[in-house]
Design a binder for this molecule. Structure first.
Ligand SMILES: C[S@@+](CC[C@H](N)C(=O)[O-])C[C@H]1O[C@@H](n2cnc3c(N)ncnc32)[C@H](O)[C@@H]1O
Ligand code: SF4
Length: 458
C-alpha cells in the first residue's frame, strides 16, 4: 500500500526550514527566565489529574565519537565516570518522585543518550532498582520500556540484563553499512555484529525493534545507500528511523571532521531519500511520518490507523496520555501545560543538584492558544487528518473563524494537492505527507521567531 507520493516539484517548492514538532511550542520557545514555582504547580496539578507517567533517563556517555553526532553526549573511555553520574541521577530521581508521587503507574520508560549501554550490567541493574524504589513500575507486558543501543556495546550479557530488568523494546543505531561511509564518520560497525545483536534481541523477546539510519552522510551515493537499505530490509526490523543528516559544524564541533566536499550533493541526497522511501514502502513498511517507518502490524502503525498516535520529545508514541518526567543532564520534561529542560552540562547539572535544587535551566508555560494549536498540530503530524468538529468540541471555538488566515494559506497547498479541505476536515494527501512540517507550520504562531535556526525539512 503506497501511503506516500513523491512529487519533486512540490518538495522543492515547500522545502522550507521548519521545526520537527516533537512539541508545540517547540524547544526554541523555552526561556531561561522560567521559574521553578511553575514546575511545583504543574507537578501538583499532574498529581491531582493522576495521569500515568512516562519516564525518560538521559545517559550522556559514549566510549567513541561519531563525527556526525548532534546528540547531547560526553565522549570518554573512562567507565568510572558512570557511577558519580548515577549518584546525581538518583538524587534527582528522589526529588522528582517526591514532587510527582510514587504511586502513579509508569506506562512508558526510556533510556536515551549518548549511549545507555555505556553503563555496566551492575550499574544498569542499580538504576532500574532505584527507579523501582521511587516510582511504580508496571510489570506486565503492556508496558513500553525501551532503550537506545549501540550494537558495538551490546554483548549477550548486556542484552540479557536489559531484558531481565524489564526492557521490552530496543532501538539499534546503525546509520550506514558502507565501509567507506563508516570510516569517514568514525563509526565502524560490521553487518554481522548488527545482525547478531538483532537476532539475540528477538530471541530474548524484545518487540518493536527499531533501527536508526542516516541519509546525507559523507561518500553516500544513491547506489551505496540502496544497498544499505536492502540489507536492513532483510533484517526486517519492526520500525525504522531514517534521519536526515543535519550538518551544522559551527554548532556541533566534531562535524568539522566531515568535509563539505564529501557530502552528497542536494540532488543526490533527494534521490537517496526517494529511493529509500520506495524501497521501504514497496516492501510493505508504512510511512508513519517525519523520518519514521513501521510494519503495518507494529503498535505505532496500528495506533496511527486508530487515530491514537502522539508525539513527544522522543518522537512518535502510543502513550499520549502520560506526563513525561525526564531526568538526567539536558533532558526535557513535558507536562500538560509546562515543558522544561535540565541543565545542558554535567558541571552545571551537578552544581545545581548539590545546592539541592531541581536542575532545570529553561522552560515554557503554555497559554490557552498554545494548547489549542498543540492539538491541531499534533493531530496533523500524527494522524494526517483533522476534523474541525473535534477541535470545536474540545475548545469551544468556531474553527473556520478562529483559523481564517490559516485556512486561506492552506488553500494554496490544497491547489498543489498536498491536502484537501473538504467536509470540514483537513486531510493530508499522499503528496503532503513528506511535507507535513510545512503544513503544521501554518498553525505555528511562534514560527517567525528563530525559524532560520531549524534544520531543513528534507
Ligand atoms: C543517541 S543515538 C542512538 C544510540 C547510540 N548512541 C548509537 O549511536 O547507536 C540517536 C540517533 O540519533 C541519530 N543522529 C545523531 N546525530 C545525527 C545527526 N547529526 N543528524 C541526523 N541524525 C543523527 C543517529 O541515527 C543515532 O542513532
Ligand atoms: S551517534 Fe550515538 S554513539 Fe555516536 S556519538 Fe552520537 S550518541 Fe554517541
Amino acid at each position: 500500500m503506497n501511503n506516500i507520493y513523491w512529487n519533486e516539484q512540490l518538495i522543492r517548492k515547500y522545502d522550507l526550514q521548519g521545526p520537527r514538532y516533537t512539541s508545540y511550542p517547540t524547544a526554541m520557545e523555552f526561556d531561561t527566565g522560567f521559574s521553578l514555582d511553575l514546575v511545583a504547580q504543574a507537578a501538583k496539578q499532574s498529581r491531582l489529574a493522576a495521569r500515568p507517567l512516562s519516564l525518560y533517563f538521559h545517559i550522556p556517555f559514549c566510549a567513541m565519537l561519531c563525527y556526525y553526532c548532534a546528540c547531547n553526549k560526553i565522549v570518554t573511555k573512562r567507565r568510572e565516570k558512570a557511577q558519580p553520574y548515577l549518584d546525581l541521577l538518583f538524587q534527582e530521581m528522589a526529588m522528582q518522585s517526591e514532587l510527582f508521587g510514587n504511586d502513579r503507574i509508569v506506562e512508558q520508560l526510556h533510556w536515551g543518550g549518548g549511549t545507555p549501554t555505556f553503563l555496566s550490567p551492575a550499574e544498569m541493574r542499580a538504576l532500574m532498582a532505584e527507579t523501582n524504589k521511587l516510582f511504580r513500575l508496571r510489570t506486565d507486558d503492556q508496558r513500553d520500556y525501551s532503550i537506545e543501543i549501540d550494537p558495538r556495546e551490546a554483548n549477550p550479557e548486556v542484552l540479557q540484563t536489559l531484558r531481565e530488568i524489564g526492557f521490552n523494546r530496543i532501538s539499534l543505531g546503525v546509520q550506514d553499512f558502507d565501509p567507506k561511509v563508516q570510516k569517514a564518520v568514525n563509526r565502524v560497525q560490521s553487518e554481522e555484529l548488527t545482525l547478531s545483536v538483532l537476532r539475540q534481541s528477538r530471541e530474548l523477546g524484545f518487540r518493536s525493534i527499531n533501527i536508526d539510519l542516516i541519509y546525507g552522510l559523507p561518500h553516500q551515493t544513491s547506489q551505496s545507500f540502496r544497498e544499505t537499505v536492502e540489507k536492513i530490509i532483510d533484517f526486517a526490523p519492526d520500525r525504522l528511523s531514517v534521519f536526515n543528516y543535519a550538518h551544522l559544524p559551527a554548532r556541533f564541533m566534531p562535524q568539522k571532521r566531515i568535509a563539505d566536499a564529501d557530502l552528497p550533493a542536494p540532488d543526490e541526497k533527494l534521490t537517496i531519500l526517494h529511493n529509500t522511501i520506495d524501497q521501504l514502502v514497496t516492501t510493505g513498511y508504512q510511512f508513519i511520518g517525519m523520518d519514521h517507518f513501521a510494519k503495518p502490524e507494529d503498535s505505532l502503525a496500528q495506533a496511527q490507523k486508530m487515530g491514537r498516535l502522539h508525539r513527544n520529545f522522543q518522537g512518535y508514541t502510543t502513550h499520549g496520555n502520560c506526563d513525561l518526567i525526564a531526568m538526567g543532564v539536558s533532558s526535557i520534561s513535558m507536562l500538560d501545560r509546562v515543558y522544561y529542560q535540565n541543565q545542558y552540562t554535567l558541571e552545571t547539572y551537578e552544581d545545581v543538584l548539590q545546592a539541592n535544587q531541581l536542575p532545570v535551566i529553561r522552560g515554557v508555560q503554555l497559554n490557552d492558544e498554545d494548547v489549542l494549536r498543540r492539538y491541531v498540530i499534533g493531530q496533523l503530524i500524527c494522524n494526517f487528518t483533522l476534523a474541525f468538529e473535534s477541535v470545536e468540541r474540545r475548545f469551544a471555538i468556531s474553527f473556520t473563524e478562529h483559523f481564517q488566515d490559516e485556512l486561506t494559506r492552506l488553500e494554496g497547498m490544497a491547489r498543489d494537492d498536498l491536502l484537501s479541505l473538504e467536509n470540514n476536515r483537513i486531510s493530508v494527501k499522499p503528496a503532503g505527507r513528506l511535507l507535513i512540517r510545512a503544513i503544521c507550520k501554518v498553525f505555528d504562531q511562534h514560527r517567525l521567531v528563530g525559524q532560520q535556526k531549524f534544520s531543513k525539512i528534507i
